[in-house]
Design a protein around this ligand. Structure first.
Ligand SMILES: Nc1ncnc2c1ncn2[C@@H]1O[C@H](COP(=O)(O)OP(=O)(O)OP(=O)(O)O)[C@@H](O)[C@H]1O
Ligand SMILES: [Mg+2]
Length: 295
């Protein structure tokens, strides 16, 4: 076990942090940190969003509190390098802005949302960190539907309405340490906004607000438009999801071309045959610095 892994394990067993200064109970737009178990079914103030565990189960997603499944174990292995990159205790091994992580893929339906949601659930359950799941697939948002709640306002509203700030639209959930930033109301040029200066400033704000927070972005496919590639350049880490059964190699290569400006790109092979023994979802995961000189 590496020094960083040991440090990470130590973090996991550490007690939960107290609420961040200024957090207000009962304000639907504010994040609050919890005090007891990682899953809190009851709060003495209204929840902003209630994740439907039965719905998670039906979709084959990780369910907090359920017995450890092979999926949970595979996701745990998938998140380890991401967390090492973000929080490695040796600062020289940490990746700049490594807490900003985007899941993307060449084509639609490769499993971006499935993996982003599972990672968020897993990270929120197993470590002493807060997790913010951002639905940046602004033209076709699905995170609230997957988690089983409805959300109106979100990212798009903050980016297009100067009177709104992130805390106005951020949703706490009934999973301790997990908040969701919904996509918000779409408009005709939703995807273009992802490449705007406003989005860049918002990334800075999300990154700088809490030092222990992982921010996971679900995003549109890379080959449909250029904006997800621009968004990716603002991230510390990008996870390229590849559907093992379906994605042509040329599509993966073209999509990787869109990520040339990204320092760290990891790949996740989704839906790989279980017999391959290669990891995730019957699939596989590894780290690979694309677009740069390999050491
Ligand atoms: N490894 C997996 N095991 C089981 N179901 C999966 C897996 N990966 C994806 N799915 C399912 O496949 C469907 C498509 O996945 P998902 O919505 O995550 O893809 P996507 O890349 O986010 O698509 P889009 O580009 O349209 O947003 C979903 O119903 C999802 O639950
Ligand atoms: Mg999706």
């Amino acid at each position: 076990m590496s020094i960083i892994e040991k440090a990470l394990d130590k973090n996991r067993s550490a007690p939960l942090r107290p609420p961040p200064a200024g957090a207000q109970s009962g304000h639907p737009g504010q994040e609050t940190a919890g005090t007891a178990s990682p899953v809190s079914a009851q709060h003495d103030h209204p929840l902003a969003a209630r994740i439907d565990f039965a719905r998670l189960r039906r979709q084959g997603l990780i369910v907090p509190g359920d017995q450890r499944s092979s999926l949970a174990e595979e996701i745990r292995m998938m998140k380890r390098p991401l967390l090492n990159n973000a929080f490695g205790h040796h600062s020289e091994m940490r990746i700049s802005r490594g807490r900003l992580i985007m899941l993307t893929s060449a084509l639609p339906r490769e499993g971006k949302t499935f993996l982003a949601t599972n990672l968020a659930l897993s990270m929120a359950m197993e470590i002493d960190r807060t997790v913010l799941l951002v639905d940046a697939d602004v033209a076709h948002p699905t995170i609230p539907r997957v988690l089983g709640f409805e959300a109106e306002r979100g990212l798009m509203d903050v980016l297009t309405d100067p009177s709104l700030t992130i805390p106005d639209v951020l949703l706490r959930t009934n999973i301790e340490n997990l908040s969701v930033l919904p996509a918000g109301r779409p408009h005709g040029r939703s995807t273009e906004v992802l490449a705007s200066d406003g989005m860049r400033a918002l990334l800075d704000e999300l990154h700088d607000r809490y030092q222990d927070r992982i921010i996971l972005f679900d995003s549109p496919p890379l080959l449909a438009t250029s904006e997800p590639g621009v968004l990716a350049a603002g991230m510390g880490q990008v996870v390229m999801v590849v559907d093992a059964e379906r994605t042509p190699a040329t599509s993966v290569e073209n999509a990787m071309g869109q990520l040339a400006g990204c320092e760290v790109v990891l790949t996740a092979l989704n839906r790989a045959p279980a017999a391959s023994g290669l990891g995730y979802g019957g699939g596989y995961y590894h780290e690979r610095p694309y677009g740069g000189d390999e050491q």
